[in-house]
Design a protein around this ligand. Structure first.
Ligand SMILES: Nc1ncnc2c1ncn2[C@@H]1O[C@H](COP(=O)(O)OP(=O)(O)OP(=O)(O)O)[C@@H](O)[C@H]1O
Ligand SMILES: [Mg+2]
Length: 248
């Protein structure tokens, strides 16, 4: 269970304060796949950044399974929180091979002193995970990450984000840079992660079709606030037209 209580964030753009997030509360349970929609500038990324610890909130509290993480630095939160960004280049190191990137991912929340070697057992486990994608990349684990397409790279980033323990996966427009087929792969992969692991997912997207096809809860943000929060039953009744009118 992720509990967000009364968190807020103000930025100062020159002299003028910008309220990116009004005091906001939210509880996310295990197995929830929450999709966040909202106009540009409505505070979606700020909410994710505050949860991840990329920026600290001005007030409020964030807890994961009763552990208060509000004061923890971003890297200290990584055993609770995994992340995938919009830009496929963000999550991985271009100069390292696929397998080396996986090794780094496996070390994410562990002490860097704890060494996980690239032995046969490790390679076999990565081959198995990468084969989920159906892209044939399991036979190319020694290729440099920088030589892959954005779609291949993002798919690997999502698999990598699951290498270590976490409770909440934050995804900020993970398919925005991808073609429709790669986007579909990322959405299917995300659903699979949710089915197989005891976690929750919080995903921002601007693609209305994804909102209808995926997730079991929808939140709409506007002007730094949550203005709609629909559970799976209400979500099932939604039409594309209704969602479009939310933005009127
Ligand atoms: N570092 C910053 N400094 C100043 N203002 C900021 C900063 N980050 C965000 N803001 C402002 O906070 C508000 C919310 O921004 P945020 O990035 O959270 O929106 P968003 O909903 O993610 O938008 P988009 O759909 O365009 O990604 C905006 O008005 C934005 O200009
Ligand atoms: Mg954003």
């Amino acid at each position: 269970m992720i509990e967000i209580f009364h968190i807020s964030k103000k930025f100062f753009d020159g002299e003028k304060p910008v309220i990116a997030l009004h005091p906001t509360s939210l509880r996310i349970k295990e197995k929830e796949f929450v999709i966040i929609v909202g106009a540009n500038g409505s505070g979606k990324s700020t909410l994710l950044n505050v949860i991840a610890g990329t920026i600290l909130c001005d007030e409020g509290k964030i807890a994961v399974d009763s552990n208060d993480i509000t004061a923890l630095k971003e890297h200290e939160r990584s055993r609770f929180i995994a992340r995938v960004f919009q830009n496929p280049q963000s999550g991985t190191a271009s100069d390292l091979t696929i397998i080396e990137n996986f090794r780094l991912a496996a070390l994410r929340s562990h002490s860097k002193i704890l060494r996980i070697g690239i032995d046969k057992k490790f390679v076999d486990s990565i081959r198995e995970r990468v084969s989920w994608l159906g892209l044939g990349l399991e036979d190319q684990l020694n290729r440099k990450m920088g030589a892959l397409s954005g779609g291949q790279r993002q798919a690997l980033t999502v698999v990598m984000s699951t290498m270590d323990d976490f409770k909440l996966l934050l995804m900020d427009e993970p398919t925005a840079a991808l073609d429709p087929k790669s986007a579909e792969l990322i959405m299917k992969l995300t659903s699979r992660i949710l089915n197989q692991m005891p976690v929750a997912i919080l995903m921002v997207t601007h693609q209305t079709k994804q909102v209808l096809d995926y997730g079991n809860r929808i939140i709409q943000m506007a002007s730094g606030q949550i203005i709609r929060d629909l559970d799976s039953t209400s979500k099932e009744k939604l039409t594309l037209n209704e969602i479009i009118h939310w933005f009127d």
